[in-house]
Design a protein around this ligand. Sequence first.
Ligand code: ADP
Ligand code: MG
Length: 326
Amino acid sequence: ATPAATMVGSTISARNGVLFKGSDVLEQSRGIDAVVFDKTGTLTHGEMELTDVVTPTGFDQPRADGGVTPGNADDTDSAVTDRGPTLDAEFDDQALLGAAASAERGSEHPLAQAIVDGARNRGVELSTPETFENVPGHGIRATVDGSAVLVGNRKLLADADVAPDPATEVMERLEREGKTAMLVAIDGELAGVLATADKVRESAKTTIKSLQDRGVDTLLLTGDTERTARAVAGDLGIDPENVRAGVLPDDKADAIEAIQADGTRAMMVGDGVNDAPALMSAHVGIAIGSGTDVAIESADVTLMRDDPADVLKVLNVADATIEKVY
Ligand code: ADP
Ligand code: MG
């Protein structure tokens, strides 16, 4: 783009809450073939809430409401603790949450925040972990009141020789609901499952539809599991084939390069520290304005209103600006 044309584009869009960095962004935003969205914090608000606390006695129980609990029939997708009836459930839940939330106090991950807040809201008293270790993309390891506590995904437990199998059914049920399900182990024993839910941003679905209508492919890229990612993708109208799930933080950039390997011009939209290398690798990187500083620094464009619909503005402004040039 000529400097003058670029300036026109940037001025118009800055007024609309879209900030461009550098002068060739508009030209690069022309002829985009695919938009790749991070899930958490990008298509969703990233404000996770603890929804489920399941102790081992609840692993084999069908879901408590089964969809037909009398007087509670419309409650199937509400954000309430949702488990099978358990003996001593109150105590077990509190002990499980106490250990997990105390361990998560060492983490700044949004999942950790949800667990800590969820425990406090339920009146659980927390300890300070004696040791803490972050295992990026998998979870955390900590020592709480002398016990070894793990909170994270199947891989985290499997690596510690704790078999996640007894929780398989409950994990899968929660993931089909689009929730992020986490396993807890205490002193080498499977101790329970926690799940969090996040709300999809209002404009996410219509934005994806608009992109598809103009012939732009839409993809979902996430560290979350395939099942959870597909549930969210299904709600948003993203093709299951276009879901790239279970991608470790360090592998997100490689995933973008794989998508671009055939010459596809990809735009990546993300918010997290994890997304920064992918934002750099993409033809155009777009950061959510309330995202992390490193994401914003790594991106070519920042959406100040946190609205996925503003991705369409970027494409529109790029097209309009290019028209002026030629
Ligand atoms: P995302 O890309 O969705 O932000 P991450 O790559 O950070 O996800 O994490 C991937 C998975 O690892 C999570 O879905 C969760 O199962 C597990 N995990 C990561 N950090 C934590 C944590 N602090 N506590 C529990 N589980 C975690
Ligand atoms: Mg994110």
